[in-house]
Design a protein around this ligand. Structure first.
Ligand code: 2AM
Length: 559
């Protein structure tokens, strides 16, 4: 397993002679790889246009170096609560500290990626923009804040930015900007835009009958696609919406489904569009605002008056519920205008290629709930994967590499894995990998779920690993098997002195699963352990845990 080098210097070429100061440095702050992808595309285009360019991950970039740069682009994604991605914590901190240098000479541009249904939309990109401006740097083009369907806007922005950079370099005279004739970049043939059609081999429920949570184990065949992945990577899934739900929406607004609309210059029936091209299993505040404006409907308009109420409502409803509230007829274009383009969903891969070769395994929890009026609703991707994909036979997929969730390079390094619920998935991959590599490092797994009897995911596998010695320890927390709640963080705290010992021996800590509560509570437990076992002040304990994060010894894959 190689943590691929993230710094790629521009290949020197006789064609491109610029003064050493005339290089475009592209820095990416990326969590799951989207920002990295945009940065790579920009780097590729820059080189093709003859602009000397350098690509670097934020954690491999020393903030001080900015004082030596002439042109910098930052591509930044944002974590849920507006925090920077793990690989950019240090740079983000540095730029707002007293140590940050004056940057009057610097030209820069920022592209931010985010999700507009979150309150702190694109916050990290906004922060970088603010920090750089405060330090005196000049924006070359306006910052672009992209939503989840960012491809087209990001691509236009890349073009605009490079045109600007090219002008700067040419105007300064000493840089001769000549396109490099280069061979196409060696990237995987299958990407988000051109996914692989993988056969679904197995889809099996792995929670018991008594469980109210339906969790499934899925296995896909990668055939001869040549697709490669590493433990910690994610699988991108293009899903199809439930045709019955699409029909319910059509009936609700008074359409028969054959009406034609245009998508990317192509004519498509509105029914097909609802199934394959638009999000219909979620809603969001903008959608409700747009629909209220379009229909001048009182119920919707009332909803939009308070921001918090609107956000809560949007979080708990699907398009069909919003349309039911509005109770209006729409033509196909009007319906299209309030919908958001469908984006693929990412699932942490639950297998290692060292063990399963041409397969990918996933652990998928079916999102299912009853909305306020009692109607049953299911998640788009989880509903598709667990209820409809087997009948269809194949799924459009791609691998999304995740540099921020990787096993230690050194096989002797001990690891602590904390993965309640479906958060267990990547740790199945980690353990398969470590077994195949005969890695000697100790492995400690924390798992939690509702009940031992019905929700102990992959129980038999863990028992075998304990027996063979691959798993050094395992601690479980079944929250509903006794009167009081017991969660993984309680188990961590019970084992505080051993956890501290492992950390002192260089252990890496991995957390996967629920971001809202679990990951925060586990984070607090780790600080508590550092404070009490390491005899540190609360502040020093926090610093200690933050340092672990910066050193990549504490990695999270939370959602
Ligand atoms: P609960 O549903 O019984 O409260 C996997 O979903 C497991 O995570 C379940 O046992 C669930 O418990 C538990 N869980 C819920 N909130 C949690 C939290 N704040 N920290 C850790 N685990 C939590």
């Amino acid at each position: 397993l190689s943590q691929s080098p993230t710094t790629t210097a521009a290949s020197p070429s006789a064609d491109t002679q610029a003064s050493p100061n005339h290089t475009l440095t592209i820095i990416y702050a990326s969590q799951t790889g989207n920002a990295k992808g945009v940065a790579e595309a920009l780097h590729h285009d820059a080189q093709a246009a003859g602009i000397p360019a350098k690509l670097v991950a934020a954690d491999n970039y020393k903030g001080k170096q900015l004082s030596k740069e002439s042109h910098v682009v930052i591509v930044a994604s944002t974590n849920g609560e507006g925090e920077p991605p793990d690989n950019a914590i240090a740079l983000h901190e540095f730029l707002q500290s007293k140590k940050a240098p004056k940057l009057d000479h610097l030209h820069y541009a920022v592209l931010s990626l985010g999700d507009s249904s979150y309150e702190y939309f694109c916050q990290t990109g906004k922060d970088f923009d603010t920090f750089l401006q405060k330090l005196g740097a000049k924006p070359m083009v306006a910052r672009l804040d992209c939503d989840v369907d960012y491809e087209a806007t990001a691509s236009a922005w890349r073009e605009q930015t490079l045109a600007e950079v090219k002008q700067h370099f040419q105007a300064s005279g000493d840089a001769q900007v000549v396109p490099i004739r280069q061979t196409a970049a060696a990237t995987s043939a299958y990407t988000k835009q051109s996914p692989y059609e993988a056969e679904l081999l197995t889809c099996q429920r792995i929670t018991g009958r008594g469980s109210d949570k339906a969790v499934y184990h899925l296995e896909f065949d990668l055939g001869d696609s040549g697709i490669q992945y590493q433990p910690g990577d994610a699988f991108g899934v293009w899903y199809q919406n439930d045709p019955e739900l699409a029909d319910a929406i059509l009936a609700r607004v008074g359409l028969n489904g054959d009406e034609s609309i245009e998508i990317d210059g192509r004519a498509v029936s509105i029914r097909e569009a609802l199934i394959e091209h638009y999000e219909i299993t979620v809603s969001n505040p903008q959608q409700i605002v747009a629909l209220a404006a379009l229909t001048e409907n009182d119920a919707l308009t009332a909803l939009t008056e308070d921001k918090a109420t609107l956000r809560d409502y949007a979080n708990q409803t699907q398009v069909i519920d919003v349309l039911s509230l509005a109770d209006v007829q729409l033509d196909a274009e009007q319906l299209q205008s309030v919908l958001r383009r469908l984006t693929p969903r990412l699932y942490s891969i639950a297998s290692s290629q060292a063990e399963v070769e041409d397969e990918v395994h996933l652990t998928v929890g079916l999102v299912a709930y009853e909305q306020a009026q009692g109607a049953l609703r299911q998640g788009g991707a989880s509903g598709f994967l667990t209820q409809r994909a087997e009948a269809i036979g194949s799924v459009k997929v791609f691998v999304e590499h995740n540099d921020n969730f990787k096993l230690p390079d050194n096989d002797d390094t001990p690891i602590i894995m904390i993965g309640p619920g479906t958060g267990i998935a990547p740790f199945r991959a980690f353990l398969q990998e470590r077994e195949q590599r005969e890695a000697s490092g100790d492995n400690w797994l924390f798992f939690g779920d509702r009940t031992f009897t019905d929700d102990f995911l992959y129980q038999v596998e863990w028992q075998q690993y304990l027996k063979s010695g691959l798993l050094t320890r395992m601690d479980v927390a079944f929250s509903r098997d006794q009167a009081e709640k017991v969660y993984v963080q309680h188990r961590l705290l019970e084992r505080a002195s051993e956890v501290w010992q492992w950390l002192s021996n260089g252990a890496y800590v991995y957390v996967c699963g629920d971001a809202n509560r679990m990951a925060k509570d586990v984070h607090d437990a780790l600080i508590h352990i550092a404070q009490h076992q390491g005899q540190l002040s609360r502040e020093d304990a926090e610093t200690f845990i933050n340092e672990l994060r910066k050193d990549k010894r504490y990695q999270r894959d939370v959602y």
